[in-house]
Ligand binder design. Structure first.
Ligand SMILES: Nc1ncnc2c1ncn2[C@@H]1O[C@H](COP(=O)(O)OP(=O)(O)OP(=O)(O)O)[C@@H](O)[C@H]1O
Length: 255
């Protein structure tokens, strides 16, 4: 396996008396699909929040491409190529689908106020590039016919696709997907499975996902970390995780 893109070591997150994340360690390689699973309240989302700049970890290190990034803001993490989706799609619901994709790039590129006010050539070029990239992702996600609709009016499955497009339009190195299959119908889940495979192979992004849909997780993940009560209880390839009695007891057994 190639060198780690993301290396997490000794990660802890404490909320008062609760150690929600307790000494978690794992690597994600470039182009890898890595899943974190575990029962409700295991600490999965808290790990995501620590990796994407929403929480400053209580302890531990997070290295991206060999550089320490623990505690940086979500905005800086996005500039470094780490972006995420949320359990419930967080979009600018009153902006159009296209505008959502443009805003994502503006926040990312930071062409600056002055060039924008003066409409300098560099600003116009950035605007044009942003439109081209947005159009490409609208096509790729089959959302072009909704381009001028407010995002909040899209069907839920389309909103989830738009949220992933909004991440991808910033050309991330690592995409964090928080329960991407939640609320999707079986056909949409099949589409998601294909989409994740394509994002990795065609766009070279590594994917870290939290997911409760075991069929999806087992079908798309290279490796899986299982958490329970904040701790890591198993890590390995899907076949090994499925056959691990500790995992079956803690997680699969409660289905
Ligand atoms: N901001 C917070 N303040 C206090 N406690 C928190 C906070 N965020 C999470 N927790 C607690 O930390 C623990 C882990 O929560 P977390 O949301 O990370 O679990 P999870 O594995 O993502 O669960 P789920 O699968 O239900 O989303 C839970 O006991 C939760 O109540």
């Amino acid at each position: 396996m190639s060198a780690a893109l993301l290396r997490v070591q000794g990660l802890c997150m404490r909320f008062g008396g609760l150690l929600a994340v307790d000494d978690i360690a794992f690597d994600v390689a470039a182009h890898e699909v890595f899943a974190i699973i575990g029962p409700n309240g295991a600490g999965k989302t808290t790990v995501f929040n620590c990796l994407s700049g929403f929480y400053k970890p209580s302890h531990g290190t997070v290295a991206l491409g060999g550089h320490e990034v623990a505690g940086l803001s979500s905005h800086v993490m996005a500039q470094k190529g780490v972006v995420r989706t949320f359990q419930n799609a967080r979009l600018f619901k009153r902006l159009t689908v296209l505008e959502n994709l443009l805003v994502a790039q503006h926040r990312h590129l930071q062409t600056g106020l002055l060039p924008g006010l003066l409409k300098l050539r560099s600003y116009r070029a950035a605007e044009r590039d942003a439109l081209v990239a947005a159009a490409q992702w609208l096509d790729f996600m089959d959302l072009r016919s909704y381009a001028n609709r407010p995002a909040g009016q899209l069907a839920y499955g389309h909103q989830r696709k738009l949220e992933i497009a909004r991440c991808m339009v910033t050309r991330p190195r690592l995409l964090l997907l928080d329960e991407p299959a939640a609320g999707l119908n079986p056909r949409e889940k099949d589409g998601l499975r294909q989409l994740i495979a394509q994002l990795r192979t065609e766009f070279g992004v590594a994917i870290l996902l939290i997911e409760h849909d075991m069929s999806l997780v087992m079908g798309i993940s290279d490796r899986i970390l299982v958490m329970d009560h904040g701790k890591s209880i198993a890590m390995g390839v899907p076949e090994a995780i499925c056959a691990n009695p500790v995992v079956i007891k803690a997680y699969l057994g409660e289905e």
